[in-house]
Design a protein around this ligand. Sequence first.
Ligand code: WTA
Length: 659
Amino acid sequence: MTTDDELTIESRLAEQEYFEPPTEFVGQANMTDPGVYDRFDEFPEGFEEYAAMLDWDEHWDEVLDDSNPPFYEWFVGGKLNASHNCIDRHLDERKNQTALLWEGEDGEQRNVSYQDLYREVNEMAAALRSAGVGEDDIVTIHLPMVPALPITMLACARIGAPHSVVFAGFSASALAERVDDADSDHVVTIDGYYRRGDFLEHIEKADEAMDEVDSDPDVLAWTRHNEPQVEVSDDYTLVSELLADHRGERVAPVSRDAEDPLFLMYTSGTTGQPKGCQHRTGGYLAYATGTAKYDEDIKPSDTYWCSADIGWITGHSYIVYGPLSLGTTSVMYEGTPDYPHRGRTWEIAEKYDVDIFHTSPTAVRQFMKWGEEELEGYDFDFRHMTTVGEPIQPEAWLWYYKHVGDESAVIVDTWWQTENGGHMITNLPAIQDMKPGSAGHPAPGIEPAILDDAGEEIAPESGEAGNLAITRPWPGMLQTVHGDDERFIDEYWERFSDTDSDDSADWIYEAGDAAVQGTDGYYRILGRLDDVMNVAGHRLGTMELESAIAEVEDVAEAAVAARDDAEKGEVPDVYVTVREGVEETEELRERIVESVEEGIGKFARPSNVLFVDELPKTRSGKIMRRLLEDISNDEELGNTSTLADPSVPETIRDQLQAD
Ligand code: WTA
């Protein structure tokens, strides 16, 4: 093709507002009936369609008990086990089919069939029990992208022990904080794993965390190879040794109440303390399974690859629970997409003949920056592609559509949150046309609204931006914030609900995002409205960063502002005032960065550390981060009239320009 032709295609695509799904896609899709929306609008019974996709030990008596909002109960009276649903029930038909297709960064490969998964999960369940894990004990799992992670999760689910997976990139302190909050008596880790060719000594984080925790948990350590590659403390139990005692053992799946918790997933909020979002067994699994089937179009015969990390909610719902519950083959990759070369993603896609590919806008922007040349020579053919985690810019969407999807794959942009369990706003790919930059329509049964700051609903399809809210419950929603019902209400319900009311119609979930619904009914998500930032699709609380920085000795005060970044979406800028007599040195900057790495993790590293004389504060002493954000983004300053000293932002600007 000549360059001119290329240009014509680019400009044709750029002008096109909607993209129809290819006929071949529609012809084979799991959900093609527009009537699905009406069925789910039979509220709450519509959601039984998802629950019916699962195997239940006992059928539920009631779909939804909403008598005590916002403590909703789903599929009340039902009993089931998540590991049975993800493994045992598939054995008759597909025990030899690959469940997990794992590729190590070093090129090692493992095909874990459903039969293998059954064996390994049973043995691990027996091992956990023998290590003293009982039903309802929360197990903290700090593992990278290796098969041990889903195996441990499913083993916990099998014995009714909720898991709390902490993303491997979190630091020792972040791990310790989550172990304490969950009151975990067991922590599962691994000696190490590969990252850009190096063997990372992951177990060090557990070592340090054990010095910091309030209690004295038992540590179980997997090994990346047969033998430990680094020193493992004598206080720890090697999982390999434990498993050796339980070879061939079978553990009957514990029949759990639908409302029994399946897992905790900590996420950032507007305070320094992360929240343990607690997810129920029945409603969560039904919602993850149903949305994976309808939105992701997953079939058992597919090879499905979600390149997220299982340490975040996307990996829980759309690498482990949703895909395995549907009996498909789910790909897991240990490493980074640019190791040992920038074509690694496409090499894997070709090698395993991936049908469905799921990634983040940050990854798409990165691929785009590397250039389409990196895809040349790789022969793969995606039918369906997903993005999640951040808004995707139309240019990035178009690039993904053209160069990765070859204009023949559908794309779904899925908006949802850790708290939601599964997709909330996304198109059903065979039913609606795609629109670059828009997440699209509410998922079946989901009822969003856009509210103004006073809580009044903005007219639907008005094109006017406001606060995104959800006006009725759904099965994937979190049950509560672990151990803190009050915080659950404060964080999500207080603002827009009549909290004195027992009528669930008066309870409205606040998402914390801004959104706009166009005249065509499509929702576009604009980003967070609260003090949560989105760095490369990772959710970070500005308060968490600030409390990590406050620990640095010479820092008087710190405020974090989100700066827009072409690749990562947002990056943290840190504004710091130092104590009297302290010099603003490079060394202090480094200590500040280190403190964030130690308090949270390397992925939260500040992009800039800016020394200033004063921070902009209101008369009551509240730091106005929004003004700092204006400064970071070189935008016109917002309203400064509530500042104690309205000249501060301009002084900061002058100061930064002078530096
Ligand atoms: C953002 C990730 C725009 C949003 C599943 C939300 C998105 C936060 C999208 C939740 C999307 C997620 N378009 N923004 N498709 N998906 N977000 O809890 O700000 O890690 O509130 O869950 O990510 O992040 P979390």
